[in-house]
Design a protein around this ligand. Structure first.
Ligand code: PLP
Length: 223
């Protein structure tokens, strides 16, 4: 089996310039993260607030931690002091809590709107109408300590890459409409976070700017 170092280097060499890599290190120990970090990679993704809170203090301070998992509002405070981006803002209530915690630490936390595009109903996320009505509400305008940088979604877990492609196209369309309706003057609103180990080539073809890769870098996870 190839090493983490080889995996991540190969990945980065093959990626188009406009696509950033989030190395998803959930369940993996500090040694594995350091092996990836020592190649010069800085962006890592975790999906559990408690796990991230426990790992972060023992690892280099210039790591940019991206949170990609479903967030319980009472756990936002664990990561608010240091998190670089939250990909999984999937309801108004969680954005409100991120805003509150960010304010406490005098920060502005970049977030992505997570859309529900998959067929399974187990995946979290906004639908289009919810996002539109939130963006038009007064309540949203008062959130001064968050910044919306784009959108994120997970496709259905299936071998059917045509279905996956349709779902990614849908997300890119949502992004384009939001960009022109609400963020045309906002240079920060530019991210489309889509693509994982099994579907990233399709995601890149459909306009991804950030892929989130775990197993192809760190190997299979043992839960
Ligand atoms: C675990 C996870 C990934 C990475 O999954 P792999 O299939 O291991 O690449 C990406 N995004 C999210 C939201 C995840 O939870």
């Amino acid at each position: 089996m190839s090493s983490i170092k080889e995996n991540i280097t190969n990945f980065k060499n093959r990626l188009p310039e406009h696509v950033r890599l989030v190395a998803v290190s959930k369940t993996k120990p500090a040694e594995d993260i350091l092996e990836a970090y020592n190649t010069g990679h800085l962006i890592f993704g975790e999906n559990k607030a408690q796990e991230l809170k426990d790992k972060q203090p023992g690892l280099p301070k210039d790591i940019q931690w991206h949170f990609i998992g479903h967030m319980q509002t009472n756990k936002v405070k664990y990561i608010a002091p240091f998190v670089s981006m939250i990909h999984s803002a999937d309801r108004y209530k969680v954005l409100k809590e991120i805003n509150k915690q960010a304010k406490k630490y005098d920060r502005i936390i970049p977030c992505l709107l997570q859309f529900h595009i998959a067929e399974e109903d187990t995946k979290f996320g906004f639908d289009w109408k919810e996002v539109k009505s939130m963006l038009e509400s007064e309540a949203y305008k008062n959130l001064e300590n968050i910044r919306l940088d784009g959108v994120m979604a997970m496709a259905t877990f299936t071998e059917d890459m045509e279905q996956v492609r349709r779902e990614f196209k849908q997300l890119k369309q949502y992004f384009d409409r939001l960009k022109s309706d609400h963020f045309s003057d906002d240079q920060n609103f530019k991210e489309v976070s889509m693509g994982m180990t099994n579907d990233y080539p399709v995601a890149i073809e459909e306009g991804s700017t950030m892929i989130r890769i775990g197993s192809a870098i760190f190997g299979a996870r043992n839960y």
